[in-house]
Design a protein. Structure first.
Length: 764
């Protein structure tokens, strides 16, 4: 959201008189129609000690007249990204507040009721309704609010907007944010904006803006004071440039990321002499950086990530030498085609952030990086850097908070008593050589939120002091090492700031009983270790929070606990390749959000629980290599119609294939082999066209939980519907059907049926 116009604080606190009774009653009526699940308005009431509404939370009054002038009820954060929203109906009793000039109802869950009267609050100078998710279009009656100086409707209106003509009546407007609104039909949006003479800040991110059709009149800019312009994630092309150049004298903050800008970076940006922030990431820009950018003495932030810039890094940085080198604080060049090595960049003495990740850089990281004493964020991940990184590289980096050296060929070699001067929040060192000993310097870090030292050639035990880091951690990745020993009970180490930590300790050599983890754990991956014993500890994890549980490829035994009704947040459950026995408990049917279930290669027996049909979101179901029996139930096809992978192979199922299986329209891999199935193959299997995709080569099986977990990490997305993991193998469809119903006992696949289904092939 754009910066708000300053609140009028006249009398917001310390009112001399109690508020006016008529206005107090209006506020009480307003509260009556709301839902307040978190007690946000507990200070409001009719009791004697609460009679002065000017002292109520979120209410401000004029300290002379006593009139209510301010109502600020934006949702308050509990923890990061977690709020306490109000909801329900917004009463028209607010119309009684005739002197109300400041109204903030952002980050709540209000219905559309207030749209019927919002245009009658004509004293408003500040209005913020952002992040409310209204179902109607932006009301044109907002044009009646002629005194408005700041209007924020961002990410609240999904309905398509036909026009913005109502904005022409808001000549006093200084700040406007319509981000997230659908403006695809508003072809004259630029004309409307340029006719707002006092506009200083404009946010139109993710608005599906139509591209500008060049015309001399469209570039006439009446908004001479425009300083902040955010137009990210639209469909704008280079035709936007002429209008921008006409605003060059006033622009301070320009964001054109996620558009369709092509070609080289124009020299004309140098004419924007006041520009402090230039964001051009996520476009299709090519070539290098023009020398003219080096003359922008006010430029603090330059973001060119996610483009096709192919210059050698040393030459690119030389073009920034000049006035820019002393002013530049943030330089982001990630995900381009940069080559060469990282030169001495000590000349950029003001740098706080340097991101050159995801390029084609090589060579050594120079020790001169240690002279950037203001550096807070350093990311060189996903390149081909090599050589040794020592304490000298960090000698003066006392402000460093985020460090990412992952996926290079670096060796981190520190003295055993090295005591870094920094306190890191994020540590990403995956694929760096930290071993064989566990890195002792981590003991000095007290504020770590994200720690990834996977694939680091560590073959040591985890020292006891390490677990003291848990209260601040939101994600811990120690996977793909050779760590040994047992793990302690860390169930009491819940995060103090309300975060829900995730753990990936897979692909190590940890043994002993399965440890107890914090009750607020969100993901737990302990696969490919040597854990043994029962899995009853999982019942103690908060069920609505735990989404991913992978205990596969261990030595676990005993029965599955019947406590899945307490784990209703599970999306992925993988217990494959263990020695678990008994029946599948009926409580599995309580996992309504489950998308992946693998119990492959255990010792489970009995019939499938009928409750399993409640897991209607399942896309991957692997129950192969067990001793399950009975007939294949018809409800698999009726209730689990979203399945893309179904394997019941190598069990003791009897009877015939139910025709209901043909309702699995999305199934791509179907394996019923090595059972005691008899009878004919249903003719309707010919309709399972998802298994037959001619002319396509498509990978359909990948790793669901890993990708989902990394969805919380910048640069990754959660493509649960496209990627699955099965027994550590990758299944691929290549112009054929991936269907495994071959080798059925007492039945051969008829040749005529094979021709209709084209080919049944299992690629493993």
């Amino acid at each position: 959201m754009l910066k708000a116009v300053k609140k009028e604080k006249k009398g917001v606190t310390g009112a001399k008189f109690r508020c006016i009774e008529r206005e107090r009653q209006a506020l009480l009526q307003f509260r009556e129609d709301l839902t307040d699940d978190y007690g946000v308005l507990s200070s409001w009431g009719s009791e004697e000690e609460k009679r002065d509404c000017c002292k109520w939370r979120g209410v401000g009054c004029d300290n002379i007249t006593g009139h209510v002038t301010l109502l600020d009820l934006h949702s308050l954060p509990v923890y990061e990204n977690q709020y306490m929203p109000l909801g329900g109906k917004v009463s028209d009793s607010l119309l009684e507040l005739q002197y109300l000039n400041y109204l903030d109802l952002s980050l709540n869950n209000f219905d559309d009721s207030m749209m019927n009267f919002i245009g009658s609050l004509t004293s408003l100078r500040y209005l913020n309704l952002s992040y409310n998710f209204f179902t109607v279009t932006i009301p044109y009656q907002l044009g009646n609010l002629s005194r408005l100086q700041s209007l924020d409707l961002s990410y609240s209106f999904d309905a398509s907007v036909e026009n913005l003509d109502w904005l022409s009546h808001l000549s006093s407007l200084e700040s406007l944010d319509l981000s997230g609104s659908n403006l695809s039909k508003v072809n004259d949006w630029l004309k409307v904006i340029t006719n707002l003479p006092r506009l200083k800040e404009l946010g139109l991110n993710q608005c599906s803006l139509p591209d500008i059709i060049p015309s001399p009149l469209s570039f006439v800019n009446s908004s001479k004071f425009l300083a902040v312009l955010h137009l990210s994630n639209n469909n704008l092309s280079s035709s936007i440039y002429p209008w921008l150049y006409n605003s060059s004298n006033s622009l301070v903050d320009l964001d054109l990321s996620g558009n369709q800008l092509k070609g080289s970076i124009p020299d004309a940006f140098r004419n924007m002499s006041a520009l402090t922030k230039l964001v051009l990431s996520g476009n299709q820009l090519e070539g290098g950086i023009p020398r003219s950018l080096g003359e922008m003495c006010s430029l603090h932030v330059l973001d060119l990530c996610h483009n096709n810039i192919s210059e050698e890094l040393s030459g690119l940085l030389q073009n920034l030498y000049g006035r820019t080198e002393s002013s530049l604080e943030v330089l982001r060049l990630c995900q381009n085609q940069l080559t060469g090595s990282l030169p001495d960049i000590a000349r950029f003495s003001s740098l706080r952030e340097l991101d050159i990740s995801y390029n084609r850089l090589s060579g050594r990281i120079p020790e001169s990086i240690g002279f950037l004493s203001k550096l807070e964020h350093f990311d060189v991940s996903f390149n081909s850097f090599q050589g040794v990184v020592s304490g000298e590289h960090f000698s003066n980096l006392s402000r460093l908070q985020n460090l990412d050296l992952s996926y290079n060929s670096l060796v981190l070699r520190f003295k055993s008593d090295w005591d870094p001067t920094f306190q890191l929040n994020t540590i990403r060192l995956s694929s760096c050589n930290l071993g064989p000993s566990f890195p002792k310097w981590l003991r000095t870090q007290r504020n770590v939120n994200f720690l990834d030292i996977s694939r680091a050639n560590i073959s040591d035990k985890i020292p006891n002091w390490f677990w003291n880091l848990l209260p601040t951690l939101s994600f811990l990745n120690l996977s793909h090492n050779s760590m040994t020993g047992t793990l302690p009970d860390v169930s009491s180490a819940n995060a103090v700031d309300g975060t829900f930590p995730g753990f990936d300790l897979s692909y190590n050599r940890f043994g002993g009983l399965l440890p107890a983890f914090p009750s607020m754990t969100s993901s737990l991956i302990l696969s490919n270790n040597l854990f043994s014993g029962p899995i009853s500890h999982i019942c103690n994890i908060a069920g609505e929070i735990l989404s991913f549980l992978d205990l596969s490829n261990n030595l676990l035994f005993g029965q599955l606990p019947n406590c899945f009704m307490n784990l209703t947040g599970l999306v992925v459950l993988n217990l494959a390749n263990n020695n678990l026995s008994g029946k599948i408990p009926s409580s599995v049917g309580s996992l309504f959000s489950l998308q992946t279930l693998s119990l492959y290669n255990n010792k489970l027996y009995g019939e499938l629980p009928v409750s399993l049909k409640n897991c209607s979101m399942l896309k991957f179901l692997d129950l192969g290599e067990n001793r399950l029996s009975g007939e294949i139930p018809p409800w698999i096809g009726e209730s689990l119609s979203s399945l893309m992978f179904l394997s019941l192979q190598s069990n003791e199922f009897i009877g015939s294939i139910p025709p209901h299986i043909c309702q699995l329209r999305h199934v791509r891999i179907l394996d019923l082999s090595l059972n005691n199935i008899t009878g004919a193959i249903p003719e309707c299997l010919n309709n399972l066209t998802a298994m037959v995709r001619r002319g396509e080569s498509e990978t359909v099986i990948g790793n669901p939980y890993l990708i989902k977990i990394l969805g919380a990490v910048p640069g990754f997305s959660a493509a649960q519907e496209s990627w699955f993991f099965a027994r550590g193998e990758v299944f691929i469809t290549v112009c054929v059907a991936c269907c495994c119903i071959h080798s059925m006992a007492n039945h051969l696949l008829p040749s005529n049926h094979a021709s209709r289904l084209d080919i049944f092939l299992r690629v493993m």
